[in-house]
Design a protein around this ligand. Structure first.
Ligand SMILES: NC(=O)c1ccc[n+]([C@@H]2O[C@H](COP(=O)([O-])OP(=O)(O)OC[C@H]3O[C@@H](n4cnc5c(N)ncnc54)[C@H](O)[C@@H]3O)[C@@H](O)[C@H]2O)c1
Length: 412
């Protein structure tokens, strides 16, 4: 589908290459250059009554509240703002009730990944007969018909605007839902949000996008198309992440915005791997922001995957294929697989973040229970099978953070 904002291609080509732009144009969603395209998106969705799930802090920070309200006021609408980072199924149920109250036939989400997840689930819930029934979201493409979704991501990181997944916590456990109806039809990439993010948020969100692009490269679910997306995303992110946080330049922030969108496109096809699966408890138990939590494991998981053998390979392409994939992902960061832990630690250091689990506040006595608590189904997309002892060893390495002997350069 074309980029609807006629300004966007010309503007974006200042920051991204022609190849990246071609990829953006082919994602199968209508991609708009900003919130000013919201009226057109609402019309295209046939909206008559709207649920708006809004991250008020983000809208205020970007100075777009009046503009957004002016558009919403043209429709009978309900505003839902009662959620926070890492939302629960109760938040999604409350958003569903708000959608039903206004009888919404379209859902607009303006916020980060947390907001988008709540909106995605409410878009399904509003079409269900009782309250939100998450068990009725089948993993297939049949039997589920959510209201059309319009998403304006306010962080450059989660990539949720590109995916057909939604996640929410139930009893401190992360639950994932996957269905084509959860993928927004329209995406509004508004630079004002990218520019408004405080540095800490830009860092955590950007690290999530970086991890997505690398994990997508070595995921069991990777395909030719997802690899194109992940390569483009990694190219944009690796060259801009530090600058986007420490200097906050417009060019770096906008490359991150588009890089995160492309990383989202990559995982929409491939899904994430062990670094994500192992990170969730770091967020639920220690409140480490999602992207930082994933990054604390990313390099160690990459290095471990790089030594997959025929005996523990989980990829139908075989262990040599896995080693090649990890080498390719490492090369995007300029290192051989053994150098991944050191390279990611150095990025974390430059971003002013803890580089290991010890400094991030994880109790070493908890490492065994962390290993035991990783959801095994989430590990199924990792190209190497890990035993519980190996998971424990990875947590231990990430806790120690000893990267002194891990500075290997790219081996070509
Ligand atoms: N469904 C998916 O495909 C998918 C993919 C990746 C991550 N996620 C989920 O997304 C969540 C993380 O999302 P996130 O990193 O975007 O952060 P977030 O949505 O949790 O927001 C973090 C904080 O940043 C604030 N904020 C957001 N945008 C802002 C802006 N432009 N300026 C100032 N403040 C702003 C929010 O108010 C909030 O307090 C996690 O719960 C994760 O599980 C979902």
């Amino acid at each position: 589908m074309p980029i609807a904002d006629s300004d966007a291609p010309t503007t974006w080509s200042k920051w991204i290459g022609t190849k990246d732009l071609t990829l953006v144009r082919g994602v199968g969603q209508a991609v708009h250059g900003g919130l000013h395209e919201l009226p057109a998106a609402l019309t295209a969705c046939g909206a008559t009554r709207v649920l708006a799930v809004v991250d008020e802090g983000a809208v205020r920070a970007a100075g777009v509240a009046r503009e957004f309200e002016d558009v919403l006021d043209r429709y009978p609408h309900e505003l839902f703002t009662q959620f926070g980072p890492n939302p629960t199924v109760q938040h999604a149920a409350a958003a569903t009730a708000a959608a039903k109250h206004v009888r919404a036939d379209c859902v607009v989400a303006v916020g980060g990944g947390s907001c988008l997840d709540v909106a995605k689930l409410a878009a399904v819930g509003v079409r269900q007969s009782g309250g939100l029934d998450l068990a009725a979201i089948p993993p297939s493409s049949d039997g589920c018909d959510g209201a059309p979704l319009i998403a304006a991501p306010t962080t450059s990181g989660s990539g949720s605007e590109a995916t057909h997944f939604a996640v929410a916590y139930a009893n401190a456990k992360k639950k994932s839902f996957a269905h084509p109806t959860l993928r927004p039809r329209h995406v509004l990439l508004d630079r004002r949000f990218a520019l408004a993010m405080p540095p800490g948020l830009a860092a955590a969100a950007g690290l999530d996008a970086l991890a997505q692009s690398l994990e997508s490269r070595w995921a069991v679910g990777a395909d030719e198309r997802s690899i194109e997306y992940s390569a483009a995303a990694a190219g944009l992110i690796a060259g801009s992440l530090v600058e986007s946080v420490t200097a906050g330049t417009e060019s770096a922030r906008l490359r991150m915005m588009i890089g995160a969108f492309l990383a989202g496109q990559a995982i929409n096809r491939s899904k994430t791997t062990a670094a994500h699966a192992m990170s969730y408890q770091l967020t639920s138990r220690y409140k480490i922001p999602h992207g930082h939590a994933v990054a604390l494991l990313l390099g160690w998981v990459g290095a471990a995957n790089a030594v997959a053998s025929a005996g523990d390979c989980n990829h139908p392409g075989g262990d040599e294929h896995v080693r090649r994939s990890v080498r390719a992902a490492g090369a995007w960061l300029g290192v051989a697989p053994a150098g991944l832990p050191g390279r990611v630690a150095s990025l974390l250091e430059q971003l002013g973040l803890a580089t290991n689990l010890r400094d991030a506040g994880v109790n070493p006595d908890d490492l065994a229970s962390l290993a035991a608590g990783v959801d095994p189904t989430r590990l199924g997309n990792n190209p190497r099978r890990f035993t519980s002892d190996q998971l424990h060893a990875i947590y231990r390495q990430a806790w120690d953070g000893n990267v002194r002997d891990r500075t290997a350069a790219v081996d070509d």
